[in-house]
Design a binder for this molecule. Structure first.
Ligand code: ADP
Length: 787
């Protein structure tokens, strides 16, 4: 209920001569309000007795006593239910309402004390005693109090208290402390009890003091209310705020002329993200990054990095895959078309595909093709991909020693990129390519982490469905991809990795095989690549043989292919220059195309020598022959080894010497020779590290030859491990070794008996003009080798 203050002009002052307050007045009990002098308030009256009281006073002097009830609930208040102090008021206006109630406008005139109540049947009538307002002296304290109350009221208004501007205007001009107190109290919306307390304080100063207290309390309540309000508002505002800010940002950007482009860019990204087929989580993360971009200045380096990221994300084949063709006959056909020979390897590959066909993607072996360079490992992988209808990508792992190469760098690094695996997927454009991990034996680990363990995760079907690249920051499913590996040697592959793969060995090719491959595959391929046809070029077998023997020395075909390419290029140039004559290349004119031969045939020894034996060695790039020299010098029986030999090879030399000592007599050696001589064993080409046990019998032969002073057959080479008792054990890499022997025009090869089967599996043309001696014991070696 709003309280209106009596306009000063309208005020019927209690002290006014015109109004005489009688000693008895009808009572209007008030349920929930206290009316102060000088206030004008509308009241609704409903109770019978009250209505009658009003009707009564309207016929008399219009004066009535307003007294608050102690308990507002009481319908029929009696004398004891009313407070003892009330306000004499004049009824200014009365109106009957249709519902039987009446509405009166009353104006307080003066405080009055009830001295007695008389209950008539119609209404209550009170004996009263007017409580006149005592005069107060204006003191400093009173002045301060007044000012305080005024500012407190103003403050209350600023804090949201609902007091009308008129009231505030009157407050400002009031200088009567009692009236100021009443005005304040009636506008504070006090509880009845509190308001009554103020009413009962007759002394203006005390009253003002009390009102000041009440105002102070009100202010603190208002303050807290304000705080609560602003908190609640904050909650609602947050979401709205972002919206407004965004709108503002857009407006600013538009003003700067950059808004539209950015907006367009963002929208394009948004569309692409929706189309990329990402999983929910990935999409969420990408959109989060897009939001970041939205907030950035488009020309900053950071925005460029973020754009890079988004480009990669939207272009990754999250859901794009090719359909597999699992027709095994077709696969076999493709492999045969692309590659000569390699029957066993092809067979195993087709078997692996068969398992895949029957058991699904997670099964099927992890194939690792092991062999010297250029024997077709990578190109086999390419063929498998072609047969399956999958995309082929090759990751060269040679020299990788940083885990980040596989897993990528975090985006916080400048110039960071995804790792090789994700790059490969990107390159393939499908999520199920055949990925060839090339040279997996050349992966090393250092302080930057172990790339092999990252590779293990890539290859593990249990884990690779959620491969985490540091750059992407979200998992990518690699389980649809197929992996194949290549290596030159097995030994350097991390054991856990080696354990998981199935090894398929490829060995070097013989001259005949190479010739066939050139005829069937390489020549046509190179002619095509260089844009010439059979019309312009014929290559005779003799030319190919000459290239194989005189221009290349390798197990595989890389150099050979390069030389043939070189021939084709030269012919292409001639044709392009207008010389359309057909060119025939043969052994006779090959030097016109390739220059003088680069490789002199590997020479075996010029004559049979004492203490020099020819060994056969296996290296990661193919077989080789090596000469092992033994020399006696005056000394005390020490063994000296030079030529950068590995531990296994040194031990092998010790074993050979011990054997020779133990069998001196049988071998025709003077036992005294051991104690009066040192023996020096040297294997030339010292810069190349050599290791392995397979030179055992060769070193023994060289030593025994030196001690017994018997020369060794020069056209004979040997390989085999030796035991202390002179037994000869099997060795590996037989085909490579035999190929090397053949290149060196060796006629006879001594091999361990156990390796006979390896020779029997070799192509006939390779072993045609060679003879093999299979041995179980060094005695047999000595018998065959020494003259
Ligand atoms: P690697 O990966 O083993 O080092 P590549 O796969 O690069 O060797 O082979 C070198 C070249 O020799 C390729 O052009 C390849 O097509 C060819 N090649 C190797 N082996 C054969 C083969 N058995 N039949 C046909 N071409 C072959």
């Amino acid at each position: 209920m709003s309280t209106i203050l009596a306009d000063q002009d309208m005020t019927m002052d209690a002290g006014d001569e015109t109004i005489k307050i009688p000693s008895a007045l009808p009572v209007l009990p008030l349920r929930d309000i206290v009316i102060f002098p000088f206030m004008i308030v509308p009241l609704f009256v409903q109770r019978e007795k009250s209505i009658r009281a009003i009707e009564q006073v309207l016929t008399e002097n219009r004066l009535i006593l307003l007294v608050a009830q102690r308990d507002g609930e009481k319908e029929e208040p009696l004398a004891e239910d009313l407070y003892e102090v009330g306000t004499v008021a004049a009824i200014m206006r009365m109106m009957k309402l249709p519902d039987g109630r009446i509405r009166v406008l009353v104006q307080g005139l003066s405080r009055a004390k009830v001295t007695g109540i008389e209950t008539t049947s119609n209404f209550l009538r009170a004996q009263i005693e007017q409580l006149a307002e005592p005069k107060v002296e204006s003191t400093l304290e009173l002045e301060a109090l007044q000012r305080n109350v005024k500012t407190a009221m103003e403050k209350a208004v600023t804090l949201g208290k609902n007091i009308s501007p008129e009231v505030m205007a009157i407050t400002a001009s009031l200088d009567d402390p009692g009236r100021l107190a009443d005005l304040g109290a009636s506008n504070l919306e006090l509880r009845v009890q509190e308001a009554q307390g103020v009413l009962e304080l007759v002394d203006p100063q005390q009253r003002l003091f009390r009102v000041n207290e009440l105002l102070a309390r009100e202010l603190s309540v208002l303050n807290v209310q304000q705080e609560i309000n602003s908190q609640a508002k904050g909650e609602i505002d947050r979401s709205q705020r972002e919206f407004y800010l965004r709108q503002q940002l857009k407006a600013i950007q538009q003003e700067l002329g950059e808004g539209n482009e950015l907006l367009e860019e963002i929208n394009t990204y948004r569309e692409k993200i929706a189309e990329a087929g990402m999983t929910e989580k990935v999409e969420e993360e990408t959109l989060r990054q897009l939001k970041k971009l939205e907030r950035m200045h488009p020309d900053t380096a950071e925005a460029a990095t973020l754009r890079n990221y988004l480009d990669i994300m939207v272009n990754l084949p999250w859901a794009k895959s090719s359909t597999d063709n699992l027709d095994l006959f077709q696969a076999q056909k493709v492999l045969d078309e692309d590659h000569y020979g390699l029957e066993k390897v092809k067979e195993r590959i087709v078997e692996a595909l068969a398992v895949r066909k029957l058991k699904g993607k997670t099964k099927g072996a992890l194939l690792c093709l092991v062999g010297p360079p250029g024997v077709g490992k990578t190109s086999l992988g390419r063929s498998v991909a072609r047969a399956l209808g999958r995309k082929f990508v090759r990751i060269s792992l040679g020299g990788i020693h940083d885990e980040a190469e596989i897993r990528g760098h975090r985006r916080t690094y400048v110039g960071s990129m995804p790792g090789r695996i994700v790059q490969a997927i990107q390159q393939a454009g499908t999520n199920n390519p055949l990925i060839m991990l090339d040279e997996i034996d050349k992966v090393s680990s250092d302080f930057r982490g172990d790339p092999s363990s990252a590779l293990l995760e890539v290859l593990d079907p249990e884990q690779n469905h959620a491969f985490r690249d540091n750059y992407l920051g979200v998992p990518f499913d690699l389980s649809n991809s197929m992996f194949m590996m290549t290596a030159n040697v097995l030994e350097t592959i991390q054991p856990a990795l080696r354990d998981r793969m199935e090894v398929l060995r490829l060995s070097g090719y013989t001259e005949e095989e190479k010739l066939a491959i050139v005829r069937k595959h390489i020549l046509t391929k190179q002619m095509e690549e260089n844009g010439i046809t059979g019309k312009y070029l014929t290559v005779a077998d003799s030319a190919v043989r000459s290239i194989i023997m005189q221009y290349t020395r390798e197990s595989g075909l890389r150099q050979l292919e390069r030389e043939i390419a070189s021939v084709c290029r030269k012919v292409a140039r001639r044709v392009a220059e207008g010389d359309l004559k057909r060119v025939t290349v043969s052994a006779k004119n090959i030097h016109e195309f390739l220059g003088t031969p680069k490789i002199l045939p590997e020479e075996n020894l010029k004559k049979d020598q004492v203490g020099v034996a020819t060994g056969l060695a296996w290296t990661p790039v193919g077989g080789d022959i090596l000469f092992i020299e033994a020399l006696l010098t005056k000394g005390k029986g020490h063994l000296m080894l030079t030529g950068k030999l590995g531990d296994v090879m040194k031990e092998s030399a010790q074993a050979a010497l011990s054997y020779a000592k133990s069998r001196a007599k049988e071998l025709g050696i003077d036992e005294a020779a051991f104690s009066s001589n040192d023996i020096h064993i040297h294997i030339p080409e010292g810069a190349i590290p050599k290791d392995g046990p397979s030179a055992g019998i060769t070193m023994a032969t060289a030593m025994i030859s030196a001690f017994s002073n018997r020369p060794i057959h020069r056209t004979l080479a040997m390989t085999g491990e030796i035991t202390l008792r002179g037994n000869v054990l099997a060795i590996g890499g037989v085909k490579e070794k035999v190929l090397a022997a053949r290149r060196a025009k060796i006629k006879t090869v001594i091999l361990p008996h156990y390796n006979r089967k390896d020779v029997e599996e070799m192509p006939q043309d390779l072993i045609e003009h060679m003879s093999f001696i299979y041995v179980d014991h060094v005695k047999q070696v000595i018998k065959a080798a020494l003259i």
